[in-house]
Structures are given as C-alpha cells and as structure tokens.
Design a protein around this ligand. Structure first.
Ligand SMILES: C=C1C[C@]23C[C@@]1(O)CC[C@H]2[C@@]12CC[C@H](O)[C@@](C)(C(=O)O1)[C@H]2[C@@H]3C(=O)O
Ligand SMILES: O=C(O)CCC(=O)C(=O)O
Ligand SMILES: [Fe+2]
Length: 256
C-alpha cells in the first residue's frame, strides 16, 4: 500500500483512489478532498501533503480565498441578471464564516489502451453527476476529458484550457432560483495519453442554511415553487446516501 493510501479511505476528506463517495462509485482518478473551513484539521493529512504540509495549507488557503472572491462576483452578476435585491443573496452564503465549502484536487492518470479496449468504450474518470453545492469553480491543465450533458442526453466535450475557469451551477442554486439556473450533469472520461489535473472550489452554504426558492422569483406565492424547503445539512446527508449519478433533487421536488 502506498504512503498516500495508508491515510485513506477518505471520510469524505483526505486522499482517495478510484473509490468516489461511500456508496460504491469508482473512477479512474485519485484525489484529495479538503474542507475550506478554518477549523479543518490539516495535521491529520500531513503525510499526503508532502514534505511541508504548512506550505500546502497556505497555498490552498490563498487559492480558496481567490476562488471565493470570484465565485461571489459571479453570484452577484447572476443575482443582478435575475433582478434580485439585494444582489448578495447568494454570495453572502459563501462569505459566511460557517460556509460549508470544499476544495478538491483530482488527478486522472493516463489510462492504458488495453484497459480502454477491455472496457469496450471510454473508461470513466469521474462518473456523471451534478454538484450539490451553490457554485463550483473548476480549473484544469490542458488535458481533455470533461464533458457536459445536454438536455437531449448528448455529451459535449469541454475544450481544456489551463487559462480558463469552468463554472458549474450547483443543485442548491437551481433550487434557490426555482430552476432558472440549472445544475448541469457533467463527467470526466479517462485520457489514454495524458494526465488530467483539475482543482475545484465548491462554494456551499452554512449547514443550518434553509434552501428554498427565493420569494421574489415566485409569481404565484408558493404555488409555483418547484421545491420543498430543506437545510443544507439535510441535503448533504441525503447526497451522501446517494450514488454519484442519482438525481438528488427529486426527493425535494414538490409533487403537484
Ligand atoms: C458518490 C458521492 C461522492 C460525492 C458524495 C456522493 O455520495 C454524491 C455526491 C458526490 C459529490 C459530487 C461533487 C463533489 O465532487 C463532491 C465532493 C460533492 O460534494 O458531492 C462529491 C462527493 C464526494 O466525493 O465526497
Ligand atoms: O475533475 C474534473 O474535471 C471534474 C470533477 C468533478 O466534476 C467533481 O469533482 O465534482
Ligand atoms: Fe462535479
């Protein structure tokens, strides 16, 4: 067992190899998942963070701070676009010191041709899913693999660009905007030649935050609300009982 694997399995934080989440999902990926919370105990993961864990922690904190700032700017533009006042309705959830946000580093090693052939089709690096939080900001190296699903079920490849960010709406933003913004299904296919590296900031609300469509976006009071109210804690608990590809929002849809 490698030094990295000795620290595992992730709980959900820490180092993970091939196993994604607690319910049997697998992918051609190794990763580190960390909480961005200031109370998060980095010491526990010291052995996977290289020779100087403090340097890594400081670098992650700097990166996360910059991502949070950009995420807040984007969320404020989205609120303005929907004519929501005040425009910080979404961004204040990320600014909250109890914001439940994450940082993830994914490494997709090149996948041997024999394995791709054995599998008969492209091996999955990270299976299809939507992100549960409010917003995700992803940056990768110049290796392809990321795809998004269109409503008709077709998969479209996202051109890799190390100088661009790929922004994903999360399930919680879909609920708060009563479906105006959609959390798009995405996945990663393994690449047979090059390693793909990606890092993602997942901006989430505090655990106690009530998630529901914003009243100002409802035309007929509560009647056209598509979702029941839930706390982020409840949604997260439910997400961790689900498989990656499950539609996690169905349980929270209003039945008409
Ligand atoms: C299979 C799972 C992994 C995941 C938790 C879950 O039970 C369902 C949601 C998954 C996901 C997808 C987006 C993010 O990468 C992630 C960290 C998240 O918040 O939800 C992962 C979870 C994980 O890997 O722990
Ligand atoms: O690694 C990628 O490019 C995407 C990974 C992803 O969607 C996730 O970690 O939630
Ligand atoms: Fe994702």
């Amino acid at each position: 067992m490698s030094q990295k694997e000795k620290t595992g399995p992730p709980d959900p934080f820490g180092y993970g190899n091939k196993k994604i989440g607690p319910n049997g999902d697998v992918g051609w990926v190794e990763y580190i998942l960390l909480s961005t919370n200031s109370e998060f105990n980095y010491q526990k993961f010291a052995s996977i963070l290289g020779v100087n864990p403090k340097d890594i922690r400081d670098a992650v904190n700097d990166y996360v701070l910059a991502m949070k700032k950009m995420a807040c700017e984007i969320l404020e533009m989205l609120a303005e676009g929907l004519k929501i006042h005040p425009k910080n309705v979404f961004s204040k959830l990320l600014m909250d010191e109890k914001s439940d946000s994450l940082f993830r580093l994914n490494h997709y090693p090149p996948c041997p041709d024999e394995l791709q052939e054995y599998n008969g089709r492209n091996l999955i690096g990270f299976g299809e899913h939507t992100d549960p939080q409010i917003i995700s900001l992803l940056r990768s190296n110049n290796t392809s693999g990321l795809q998004i699903s269109l409503v008709d079920g077709h998969w479209i490849s996202v051109p890799p660009d190390q100088n661009s960010f790929f922004i994903n709406v999360g399930d919680s933003l879909q609920v708060m905007t009563n479906g105006r913004f959609k959390s798009v299904k995405h996945r990663v296919l393994a690449n047979s030649v090059k390693s793909r590296l990606s890092m993602i900031y997942f901006g989430g609300p505090p655990l106690s935050e009530k998630i529901a469509p914003l009243a100002s976006l409802l035309i007929k009071g509560d009647q056209d609300s598509l979702y029941k109210e839930f706390t982020w804690f409840e949604y997260k608990n439910s997400a961790y009982k689900s498989r990656l590809a499950d539609n996690r929002l169905v349980l929270f849809e209003k039945v008409v």
